[in-house]
Design a protein around this ligand. Sequence first.
Ligand SMILES: Nc1ncnc2c1ncn2[C@@H]1O[C@H](COP(=O)(O)OP(=O)(O)OP(=O)(O)O)[C@@H](O)[C@H]1O
Ligand SMILES: [Mg+2]
Length: 371
Amino acid sequence: MGLFSKSKEVIGVDIGSHNIKVVQLKKTGENNYQLLKYGSAPISLDYNTESSPFDRKQSAVNSLKKLLIQNKISIKKAVTSVSGNSVIVRYVKFPSLSHAELEKTIQFEAEPYIPFGVQDVNIGFQILGEVMDEGQKKMETILIASKKEIIQDRTDILEEAGLIPVIVDVDAFALENAFEISSTSQGAGENIMLVDIGALVTNIVIVENGVCRVVRDVLVGGNNFTKALQKNLQVDFLTGEKMKLENGLIMFDERSVEKTEEDDEDKVQISEIIVNAVKSLIEEIQRSIDYYQTQSEEKIVSRIVLSGGSARLNNLDKFMSQELHIPVEIHNPFNSEKIDTNLFSGEQFIEEAPSLVVAFGLALRRERDIK
Ligand SMILES: Nc1ncnc2c1ncn2[C@@H]1O[C@H](COP(=O)(O)OP(=O)(O)OP(=O)(O)O)[C@@H](O)[C@H]1O
Ligand SMILES: [Mg+2]
């Protein structure tokens, strides 16, 4: 792997269920980067028929190939990620061991915490530090277990598109990486929740002093909003999707505007249907906040930073903030003095930026990171 290439340059490839996103950065200083290339392409699927895993994979390969050609990307080494219910992230207190010792025994130590057979997963870990637990010195560790079949699926897509997979990360950690470098970085003592809402999955992360304290993926996303329209208005998926993109949510103050025109009534109905679906996502977010706050009275989420394609749903940030009583902002990962974006401009670039956060976080990983 990479025998003839000494380059440390990589591209970040976020293989979502709806879109593939790629980002290429150039390191220009200790903590500075230039955005060289970026692109996004839909994975064209017929949502009215259940497409097979083989069809999905083929569509993903074709979209990725097109994306690489269109954006003239010649870098071959790629960093990608996994998320959803094939990945488990747990906080575990292991007996005090060195990193090397834990590496040798991790399969055995991890077994009780993983709901899959250990032979079916790849296991990774990160030691956070020493803690005292019932009078014993232990190591607080983030344990990551990812099903081998999903890793294989992702690396197959990269290879079939002519790329060389060098790292398979987890969406949540890519989000955190992207957040760390952006302008919205954390004030002292601030605990921030990062929420990336895709089509099928929403990644929820709570970051405390640069460390992920809660990592959770919930299987609710933009497709649920579309499906709610599809079901309630008896339309097909693509019509529902179009209605969602064109309308989004109407906020209460806007709703009090006279609703005499039929057109307005339709908009209000669409908004109400989406609001109901959004509420189940908000409940999941609230659950994560509650869980975090049970750990200590001081643990308060001070801000929510939204990303993913569904963060673009009209007024979603305002509605979430109103329901959760927490400020919500939309993350533009490139809006930072550490990132030179001189090569790009325009409305589309700004609009697309929130959905590129995972790909951006992946592109920040260097080959030296590989163990
Ligand atoms: N302007 C918009 N308003 C509302 N929803 C939008 C808008 N633009 C994109 N979306 C939604 O964003 C979703 C796709 O986002 P994204 O590309 O982040 O998903 P993905 O990474 O492919 O999915 P996942 O991570 O769940 O596998 C779709 O559900 C799409 O309908
Ligand atoms: Mg995604």
